[in-house]
Design a binder for this molecule. Structure first.
Ligand SMILES: Nc1nc2c(c(=O)[nH]1)N[C@H]1C(S)=C(S)[C@@H](COP(=O)(O)OP(=O)(O)OC[C@H]3O[C@@H](n4cnc5c(=O)[nH]c(N)nc54)[C@H](O)[C@@H]3O)O[C@H]1N2
Ligand SMILES: Nc1nc2c(c(=O)[nH]1)N[C@H]1C(S)=C(S)[C@@H](COP(=O)(O)OP(=O)(O)OC[C@H]3O[C@@H](n4cnc5c(=O)[nH]c(N)nc54)[C@H](O)[C@@H]3O)O[C@H]1N2
Ligand code: SF4
Ligand SMILES: [Mo]
Length: 709
């Protein structure tokens, strides 16, 4: 059924968590054209420019083709055969574990890995090398959402489905630039709004007036970091107006008695002082939300990347629980996942506190189940969480971590406070980097460089934002000697002596082993297999049996996996950003994305059509702030924080809240040392999710006058 005429093949987009189905045309062993797959249920044929312009980004002169090793830090990398690269990795890891113990090694992976890849890497780390130091860039991305769902609903997992968009009559978009970052989901929302403009309300809360705000009935340009004040005040208004669902609160939740005194204090007037919005617009947003038949809240990094990101998620979930806007068509909280398989990462245990199947490493019964499945002795899996992303690098810097194996992520561009990250990588005893391209900001620090096959040079499964699993077939051969990530990890595991536990001949065997381990869990994928996903098509978990059709919505019986079946209302308080503006650094810098680029530019910068649209980072700044700093539109501006400097051209206007400026983070130091936004950001983080506050730090601006002499 999936064989198409000619050379067009079905797969999934490798960029964002919307998870669009693609049709890819292969000619002479290379990707020629990409278009939308009308049969994919998540995207119904739609795609965005990033996917269409994939072909020129895939086979570039900077693809990493061969393994390379350097014997000393001051030596050059030189090409070695795979056998030697694998032996070097295994020998050096073994040696470091023997000398310093398993906690001295760490893995740092990515939400862009395939499910099978995460699974084997985390099995090797947690089950065989005995370290829970296996974390991913999801820590910079979805960690607060995952922690928020688990605390309020009893488990991670967005409860809704994209089809809810067609029945919702209120969209509350908070901390998301959906139009630029989740364009296909955005088009669906926009279509719904334009078809029934009076019936459907759109509320956008963002310090910037982005393209997303274009269709908003209400745009709330709140002060960065003040979302809890807004959300609590909305709940306050609904409580006062009698618009809460008393029955749902009493029957299906716990915690109202603790929450009520907190929200009682968040009057619209008080929230206005904290957010910089008017009391009227806050009340207006609350009433639109409260008056909706079915309301959806969508959010992403403007909420998660905060030192109170988990609490911000709780505030969103409180709003939905207290109004009964959950677990029915069109209603629910819906976190937009960033990366294409960040969901799969959470399912396979791709964070330092997790094991496959949303299990926690701190849960003894969960560890025992996983140990049996992996055939390792009881007690092998460490009982405390490993190091989260930033803590891996902090450990490298101070020497408690000696080795890091970085797979499919570019931390020397994407982490906050890059000076510290670079120092950590220089200080490390062993840096293994497994990437598809070289050089990147991170591959420059590698002692061992392993060439990875990338999309669509390997096969496996990814889960998108609506919990839908799609199979991605291998469509072309990798260039040079590049190998799929799962194959590389498997080879190292075998070299380390774990042959019997890593017998895999195919990604499909790995998937089956993983899927069996999820049986009976919230994210049960045991009814899925490569064969079923490629013959029947994509499926939404839980899919507990081989004939089970998959599950569009979770918790439709309003029974939550908390033990007693009730969701938790969590009393949370506003707290301003860790680094508030002051006289020396008077503005708050927020960072994020532009439509036509993906993260650290290893692919999108090589698609001429995309690169042409956004060649350089632009600093968005309010005209009154610009005037005060003597900056005109188009000037080059030096941006200084307590940690470093960056330079960008100013785009002066009124699309951003006064007192706030915005810089995209796509350009790492490789593109010009001072183009990197992460020269400026800080590594303060949420104590629960351990996600860094990438959305707020204090800066000052100075126009750079051109020296024409
Ligand atoms: N084009 C493109 N699309 C992408 C990606 C990409 O690199 N490029 N990356 C993917 C990934 S991994 C992710 S995580 C997502 C991210 O998707 P988004 O979260 O939508 O993207 P960002 O630009 O990081 O941030 C969103 C918005 O948060 C706002 N914001 C900043 N601070 C605050 C605040 O305190 N409160 C509120 N309410 N808003 C605030 C910013 O002004 C910004 O417009 O995008 C995915 N899609
Ligand atoms: N200031 C600031 N910083 C941020 C953010 C922000 O909003 N502001 N957002 C954060 C977020 S949400 C995210 S998700 C991160 C993203 O940050 P990163 O993960 O560092 O960004 P990418 O450029 O996607 O890095 C992926 C790397 O994997 C390589 N690669 C691609 N395909 C494959 C493959 O199949 N196998 C292997 N082994 N390698 C491959 C690419 O060449 C690239 O080097 O950035 C975070 N950093
Ligand atoms: S919206 Fe996201 S998944 Fe869909 S085509 Fe664009 S980048 Fe790919
Ligand atoms: Mo992300």
């Amino acid at each position: 059924m999936f064989e198409l005429s000619g050379t067009w093949r079905k797969t999934l987009c490798p960029y964002c968590g919307v998870g669009c189905g693609l049709l890819v045309q292969i000619e002479d062993g290379a990707v020629r054209r990409v278009k939308g797959d009308p049969e994919h249920p998540s995207s119904l044929g739609d795609v965005c420019a990033k996917a269409v312009h994939l072909p020129p980004a895939l086979r570039t002169p900077d693809r990493l083709l061969y393994p390379q090793v350097r014997t000393r830090r001051d030596a050059e990398l030189s090409r070695v055969p795979w056998e030697l690269a694998v032996r070097t990795v295994a020998d050096r890891l073994r040696e470091i574990v023997a000398t310093h113990g398993p906690a001295a090694i760490a893995f740092y992976g990515s939400g862009q890995l395939l499910t099978e890849e995460y699974y084997v890497a985390s099995k090797l780390a947690k089950g065989f090398l005995g370290t829970n130091n296996f974390d991913t860039n999801s820590r910079l991305c979805m960690a607060s959402a995952a922690a928020g769902y688990a605390r309020s609903l009893g488990s991670d997992g967005p409860p809704g489905t994209y089809a809810d968009i067609e029945t919702a009559d209120c969209f509350f978009l908070i901390g998301t630039n959906t139009a630029e970052c989740h364009p296909v989901t955005w088009k669906r929302i926009r279509k719904r709004k334009l078809a029934a403009p009076d019936e459907v309300a759109v509320i956008v809360a963002d310090p910037r007036f982005t393209e997303t705000a274009d269709i908003a009935d209400l745009h709330l340009p709140l002060r960065p970091g003040s979302d809890i004040a807004l959300l609590n005040a909305m709940l306050h208004v609904l409580w006062k107006d009698g618009l809460l669902d008393r029955h749902f609160i009493e029957e299906r939740t716990r915690g109202w008695a603790q929450l009520l005194p907190v929200i009682a204090r968040y009057t619209p007037e008080r929230a206005a002082a904290l957010t910089g919005l008017s009391p009227e617009i806050i009340a207006g947003a609350a009433r639109r939300f409260g008056g909706a038949r079915a309301a959806m809240t969508l959010w992403s990094m403007g909420i998660n990347q905060s030192h109170i990101g988990t609490d911000k998620n709780a505030a969103i979930l409180n709003l939905h629980l207290a109004t009964g806007q959950i677990a029915r068509p069109g209603a629910g909280p819906f976190s937009l996942t960033g990366q294409p398989n960040a969901m799969g990462g959470r399912e396979t245990g791709g964070l330092a506190h997790l094991l496959p199947g949303y299990r926690q490493v701190t849960d003894a019964a969960a560890r025992a189940t996983v140990e049996r499945h992996w055939g390792v002795p009881a007690g092998r899996i460490a009982s405390s969480p490993g190091r989260a992303a930033l803590e891996i690098f902090e450990g490298l810097r101070e020497g408690s971590v000696r080795a890091v194996w970085i797979i499919c992520t570019n931390p020397a561009a994407s982490m906050p406070d890059l000076d510290l990250v670079e120092k950590a990588l220089r200080q490390a005893e062993l840096v293994i980097v497994q990437d598809a391209y070289h050089p990147t900001e991170t591959t420059r620090f590698a002692d061992v460089l392993l060439p990875a096959a990338q999309w669509p040079e390997k096969d496996g499964v990814m889960t998108n934002s609506e919990r839908r699993l799609t199979y991605l077939p291998k469509l072309v051969d990798p260039p040079g000697e590049a190998l799929p990530d799962a194959v590389i990890v498997t080879r190292v595991a075998r070299e380390l002596g774990f042959k019997d536990a890593f017998p895999y001949e195919s990604a499909s065997e790995i998937f089956d082993e993983f899927a069996a381990l999820t049986a009976g869990t919230v994210c049960d994928c045991s009814g899925a297999s490569h064969y079923r996903l490629s013959s029947v098509g994509p499926l939404q978990w839980p899919v507990p049996g081989p004939t089970h059709p998959g599950t569009p919505r979770l918790y439709t019986d309003a029974h939550f996996p908390t033990g007693d079946g009730r969701a938790r209302l969590v009393a949370v308080e506003h707290d301003p950003p860790v680094e508030p503006p002051d006289a020396a650094y008077p503005l708050t810098l927020t960072t994020g994305r532009v439509r036509d680029h993906w993260h650290t530019l290893t692919r999108t910068a090589k698609s001429p059509a995309l690169a042409a649209r956004t060649r350089e980072p632009l600093l968005e700044v309010h005209l009154r702030d610009a005037r005060r700093a003597g900056i005109r539109d188009g000037d080059f501006v030096e941006i200084t924080s307590r940690r470093g400097k960056a330079v960008a051209q100013a785009r002066v206007g009124e699309t951003i809240r006064e007192g706030t400026c915005f810089l995209p983070f796509h350009w790492g130091r490789q593109w010009g040392f001072y183009k990197a936004a992460n020269n400026l950001t800080l590594s303060a983080r949420d104590p629960l999710s351990r996600q860094p506050e990438l959305k707020a730090c204090a800066v000052r601006l100075r126009a750079i006058t051109e020296d024409r002499a």
